[in-house]
Design a protein around this ligand. Structure first.
Ligand code: MTE
Ligand code: MO
Length: 517
């Protein structure tokens, strides 16, 4: 009985020390910035080291909640480790707990100080947290003098010494925990207020485009369950490694453009707004989008043509890669020739008529039709280097993904949903198809492996966007499979051969089963 409650107290002591660690660090991070929070630094390391299969598992099973799951896992792991360290220390020696705190503090301090906004100051929250955690551990497991006789673990406290009596211990541990939790909440609130560029974004007035792809009628169909031609910003998929969405302010924003160029230059946000802006609809696709998946969206982007910007600095012969770096340390290498070949490759400042949302890269991101996001669409962009593929490898390329990342010809069924229960009679089958920069000439649907039927196609504003389609099906009772394939403007027929997401994007045809009564 006694031994059991002694262990419980030791575990609780570990937990309270962890709370003190995190609470103190959070308050200190108000001075050093959100990226220096130890749990954020830790999460970043986990993301950077996550093996490919696990990353794909997370994206396909948790989707856009992948970061929520990661955060929960990091906290859960910390709590388990704190409990273990506490129990270990309670049974043997205080140094075990102090050692665990030092180890945790060191790992998070190094992770923070070597993060994207790397500076030694970034380790301060972790160091302060570890000290506070150690102080709390020592204090909560301090000797209670003679009263210790009746106490929790009277004869098995840390270091084998008597500890506080149960009531006194609970009170002390409880108030230390409350204090730590309070500090955490206050620090978190202050961080959210201090590192927030909402006012900066609200103040942006987007200029008119000098050239805008004309809007056309008839780009959509009134079919329930079918995506709209333009994806509203709030529904646009989000894929990135940022645990804290970067909050860059437009004042002080500087974009450097350098490397193999004649005249390196830097540009402020205002400089960019004063350049001739172009507006174009472009469909963006994530390489992690499985066949029939959700990581694709179409928006009207407003931005500076990369060709214009590159023309100002003059790339040198031999360069073939445009290497982009974001404020949060992501690196994305794009095909330099594609950025200048006349397609609307943009440094975007606007998305569907508004400044970029924070989640989508405010204040500046790249969008280059025809390439997956990891090889073209750097968000929170701060640096552009003209270089070679030989000289520099971008983040996902280092992890085995294809160097260029050209988007594959694909099509998707939006409705009916897989395993839908339908009534016999006319059923509208509808979805989208894309091959950015090429465009879609034809979409065909087959029921039960039968002949291919031509779907009706909606209009498109450019070859860089997806194309919506519909087909009227006379559904008869029974279980049926539906399959779709697209044909590009170049005559290419969407292949039936399946390829996984890694390393160059999924191929194959979506097929689903419905039951009709
Ligand atoms: N800074 C930064 N930019 C990034 C990423 C990232 O993780 N960090 N992810 C890329 C990937 S993989 C994709 S598919 C697109 C997604 O852009 P979205 O979130 O606006 O849809 O952003 C790209 N740009
Ligand atoms: Mo992606």
């Amino acid at each position: 009985m006694k031994a059991r409650s002694a262990t419980a107290a030791a575990i609780a002591t570990g937990g309270v020390s962890l709370a003190a660690f995190l609470g103190t660090a959070e308050v200190v991070a108000v001075a050093t910035g959100p990226a220096s929070q130890p749990e954020v630094a830790l999460g970043r390391v986990v993301i950077a080291r996550t093996p490919e299969w696990l990353k794909n598992f997370a994206i396909s099973n948790f989707g856009e909640n992948d970061k929520l799951v990661l955060n929960i896992s990091v906290y859960a792991a910390l709590i388990v480790l704190a409990g273990l360290a506490g129990a270990l220390a309670g049974r043997t020696r205080t140094w075990a707990a102090l050692g665990a705190l030092t180890a945790l503090g060191t790992v998070t301090a190094v992770a923070a100080a070597t993060g994207p906004s790397a500076s030694a100051w970034q380790s301060l929250p972790s160091v302060a947290g570890a000290i506070a955690g150690a102080a709390v551990f020592v204090s909560a497991s301090a000797r209670g003098g003679r009263a210790g006789r009746a106490g929790v673990g009277a004869d098995s406290g840390p270091g084998g010494s008597p500890t506080l009596p149960r009531r006194q211990f609970l009170k002390k541990a409880g108030s230390l925990f409350a204090l730590s939790a309070g500090a955490y909440a206050v620090g978190r609130g202050a961080l959210a207020r201090a590192y927030n560029a909402a006012a900066s974004r609200a103040a942006v007035r987007l200029p008119r485009a000098v050239r805008s792809t004309p809007r056309v009628a008839g780009t959509g169909f009134e079919v329930e369950g079918l995506s709209p031609y333009i994806t509203p910003n709030k529904d646009f998929y989000r894929v990135d490694t940022a645990l804290v969405v970067p909050q860059l302010s437009t004042d002080g924003y500087i974009l450097a453009l350098h490397g193999m160029v004649e005249r390196p230059a830097i540009f402020t946000f205002d400089d960019l707004l004063h350049m001739p802006l172009v507006e174009a609809p472009i469909t963006m696709v994530c390489v992690s989008d499985p066949v029939g998946g959700p990581y694709v969206g179409n928006a009207r982007w407003l931005g500076v043509p990369l060709a214009h910007l590159l023309g100002l600095v003059g790339p040198r012969p031999g360069a073939d890669q445009l290497f982009m770096t974001s404020a949060d340390g992501m690196t994305i290498g794009a095909d330099l020739r594609a950025a200048m070949d006349g397609r609307p490759a943009l440094l975007a400042v606007g998305m569907n008529g508004e400044p970029l949302p924070f989640e989508h890269g405010f204040p500046v991101r790249a969008v280059i039709p025809g390439f997956y996001g990891y090889a073209s669409a750097c968000k929170w962009l701060v640096d552009l280097e003209v270089t070679t593929y030989e000289a520099k490898k971008a983040y996902w390329v280092q992890r085995g993904y294809a160097q260029k990342g050209a988007v594959r010809l694909e099509s998707r069924i939006d409705t009916p949903a897989p395993f839908a229960q339908l009534r016999a009679g006319p059923v509208t089958v509808a979805g989208s198809a894309w091959h950015p920069t090429v465009g879609i000439r034809k979409v065909q649907v087959s029921a039960d492996g039968g002949p291919w039927h031509e779907a009706a196609l909606a209009d498109v504003e450019s070859v860089d966007t997806w194309r919506l389609w519909r087909w009227e099906w006379e559904a008869t009772p029974g279980s049926h499979s539906l399959q779709v394939r697209a044909v590009g403007n170049d005559g290419q027929v969407q292949t039936a051969a399946g390829a996984p997401v890694f390393p160059a994007g999924a191929t194959g045809r979506q097929s689903l089963v419905v039951s009709v009564t």
